[in-house]
Design a protein around this ligand. Structure first.
Ligand code: SF4
Length: 453
């Protein structure tokens, strides 16, 4: 099927969701909504009774040697639940945490002995959550020792420890860094005390800044995440946060768009009037552009459309590699990854995870056979380009000539003010940048239609 035939076959509603719409207000109205949280291909579901066999087959084969290898480790505990969070799993409790770290170490030791993982060098490890920084000093030290003893790390590896401000105590920081951590990613979300408390973040602005200052005593890359679109967050409040970020001693920053889960605590709190409304999509676009313009004017280097760095030691390797085709070996309850052409998610229940590890199984909750290697390369190329704001059609057609038809989509976006063409590249316009995730997903889907055998 040609792309034109495909687009003509869609209902008006589906076509608009895919390509957007003509409007004089591109920034706010080019699409009705953000189509997905993360763009990418979906695969073919594998039957649950096959999970363990498929997993063992994938891990028994030596790796192809051409890819980059990363690890994701999940810590499913938080001391408190944030109002907007859709990922909260368990309250921190020492005895449960002790058993969980035993399980996690057993999982790492077991997988590290398998042929796929045994011989590769790991470029990047991300310990995320949940709140990894909430781990006791003893458990953090045990986990980091297990990583060093079982995984082969590249000499220039990146090892990120995710955390919250209130855990930044000298003893903990010493433990993380002496255990091999070289990057700390902090979910600050906002510096504004009222806004922070409204969404369940306890520490006032002064304490957040004091703890960030404390980090200067250590040689470690520090990243801060902020969220835009929080309840009652005005452009003024948001820009005060961005200005504060510029004054703080940090190496990089991620600016994330708030996702309001339809039946989540935040949606319920807004509905009940307990917190002010959150910015709608158009309001989020204004917040994004205010920050983007400010950082551009101040000459801050952008690594992707939502990540900036102030120091070259910030590389953001895990996020970049995981989105663009690297192997991700997952460990822990609720972790997800991909190995040898399969992608999978682990169980989110800590009890189910414990039982699987005790039985000697990989704790898989869902597994997919990924699309063909060629289609994955094309998808990765599209994602990698648009993360940085452009589409290289010449490169895509060198992977598969049929992708020349993507020009139809690019021309529609050019006409709609989302893209412009310069030399061989199609670039997102400033207004188009806010919509890049939706556009990426649309391009990946259209490439899949064109490459359908
Ligand atoms: S710390 Fe992170 S994972 Fe835990 S509740 Fe808050 S946002 Fe969710």
């Amino acid at each position: 099927m040609t792309l034109k035939e495909y687009l003509d076959s869609l209902s008006e509603e589906k076509r608009t969701a895919l390509v957007g719409r003509e409007t004089s207000d591109v920034r706010h109205e080019a699409f009705t909504e953000k189509r997905v949280v993360h763009a990418g291909l979906s695969g073919r579901l594998i039957a649950p009774e096959e999970y363990q066999n498929v997993w063992h087959r994938a891990m028994s084969m030596p790796p192809d040697g051409e890819r980059t290898y990363t690890v994701y480790i999940h810590i499913p505990f938080c001391q408190t639940k944030c109002l907007y969070c859709g990922f909260y799993q368990n309250a921190s409790r020492q005895e449960i945490e002790d058993v969980y770290i035993d399980d996690l170490i057993a999982e790492i030791e077991r997988d590290a002995a398998m042929p796929h993982l045994k011989t590769v060098n790991i470029k990047s490890i991300f310990i995320g959550g949940g709140t990894p920084s909430s781990l006791s000093v003893r458990n953090a030290a045990r986990l980091l020792a297990a990583i060093r003893e079982n995984l082969n790390l590249c000499t220039d590896y990146e090892l990120t420890f995710e955390g919250r401000i209130h855990d930044l105590a000298p003893e903990r920081i010493e433990t993380w860094l002496s255990g091999g951590v070289n990057r700390i990613s902090l979910g600050v979300q906002s510096f504004d005390t009222i806004l922070r408390r409204r969404v369940g973040r306890i520490e006032p602005r002064e304490e957040v800044l004091a703890r960030l200052t404390l980090l200067k005593c250590w040689d470690v890359t520090v990243i801060v995440d902020l969220i835009y679109g929080l309840p009652g967050q005005t452009v003024d409040l948001w820009m005060k946060d961005i200005a504060t970020l510029m004054e703080a001693s940090i190496d990089g920053m991620d600016l994330y768009q708030l996702n309001v889960f339809p039946h989540g605590d935040l949606a319920r709190a807004v509905k009940a009037g307990r917190v002010p409304p959150c910015a709608d999509v158009a309001g989020q676009a204004d917040l994004y552009h205010a920050a983007r313009d400010f950082l551009t004017v101040h000459g801050i280097e952008r690594l992707s459309l939502c990540h900036w760095r102030r120091d070259p030691r910030e590389r953001s390797l895990y996020n970049t590699l995981a989105k663009t085709g690297a192997v991700v070996y997952p460990f822990g309850c609720g972790a997800g990854g991909n190995v040898g052409g399969i992608s999978f998610m682990h169980h989110r229940s800590i009890e189910v995870y414990h039982e699987a590890i005790t039985r000697g199984e990989k704790p898989i909750m869902m597994m997919e056979q990924q699309k063909s290697k060629k289609l994955r390369s094309v998808s990765n190329e599209i994602i990698a380009g648009l993360e940085k704001g452009y589409v290289d059609l010449h490169r895509l057609t060198s992977l598969d000539m049929r992708l020349e038809e993507l020009r139809i989509l690019l021309c529609i976006w050019q006409k709609n003010g989302l893209m412009y063409q310069k030399n061989d590249l199609y670039h997102l316009t400033a207004d188009g940048e806010f919509w890049y995730v939706s556009m990426t997903q649309s391009m990946v889907e259209c490439a899949e239609i064109l490459m359908c055998e």
